[in-house]
Ligand binder design. Structure first.
Ligand code: HEC
Ligand code: HEC
Length: 192
């Protein structure tokens, strides 16, 4: 029989191989399903992976085609507008309507909302005020020039604020309002 059909052993091996491949890949699929986390069932995640993951990476990490989306400083409106209308090399319309909303909310939740008034920004503003209004007389390092050093001042906060608002000697009054004066004093204390 072998003499009649020399290909038979190969066909047999191939057949066994095919069964093995089918079996193993089925096992693989089942394995993935079992390992799926709660998050993968989130419709937003599924939409994202379907329509966006190819370019932005399945974990938002980015790819050679699209940038990472892990640290975008965009508002929800901006994100939704990019999804619907596109931006630069990214065409719009990968998602629309309710689906675009869903993914927008999810993306925004993955990114920290911009915080315009955290304390370092607040001081940045007051530093600016100091620089333009006070620095000429009190020095870049508050060390004193025409006016005395502000880091070595023995005055109470109340007196300092009073002088800043009302002036004293050759220091003019009304350079800043009272609230700004309070902020300035708060900042001056951090400079000691
Ligand atoms: C075909 C590839 C591709 C697909 C699909 C795609 N994007 Fe993009 N995306 C890009 C590219 C490229 C950019 C950069 C565009 C630019 O700034 O010129 C981008 C930019 C963005 C930005 C702005 C990032 C930033 O920091 O400014 C967001 C947000 C975004 N994509 C979200 C999505 C979402 C959500 C989806 C799915 C609905 C999606 N993208 C689908 C390629 C893609
Ligand atoms: C035109 C120069 C000038 C400007 C501008 C100026 N100062 Fe003065 N400042 C002085 C002089 C001079 C004194 C000392 C007054 C005195 O004792 O007779 C003084 C005193 C002070 C004192 C009291 C210090 C102490 O220990 O007695 C404080 C606090 C002070 N300035 C804060 C500020 C702040 C804050 C600003 C900006 C809003 C400012 N100054 C702008 C000249 C200036």
């Amino acid at each position: 029989m072998n003499r009649n059909n020399p290909l038979l052993p190969f066909a047999l091996i191939m057949f066994i191989g095919l069964i093995l491949i089918t079996f193993l890949s089925l096992q693989g699929v089942v394995g993935v399903k079992q390992g799926a986390s709660e998050e993968d069932k989130d419709p937003a995640v599924q939409l994202y992976q379907d329509r966006c993951g190819g370019c932005h990476g399945d974990k938002l990490q980015g790819s050679p085609i699209g940038p990472a989306l892990t640290n975008i400083k965009l508002s929800e409106e901006e994100i939704e507008s990019i999804i619907v209308n596109g931006k630069g090399e990214m065409a719009g319309g990968f998602l629309t309507g309710e689906d675009a909303r869903t993914v927008t909310k999810w993306l925004a939740s993955k990114n920290e909302a911009p915080t315009p008034d955290n304390s370092s920004d607040e001081f940045a503003k007051i530093k600016d005020t100091y620089k333009t209004v006070c620095q000429n007389c009190h020095g870049e390092k508050l060390q004193g020039v025409i006016g005395p050093s502000l880091v070595k001042s023995a005055l109470s906060d109340k007196d300092m604020i009073h002088i800043i608002v009302n002036g004293k000697g050759s220091m003019p009054k009304n350079l800043v309002d009272e609230n700004t004066a309070k902020e300035l004093v708060r900042w001056i204390h951090t400079q000691k």
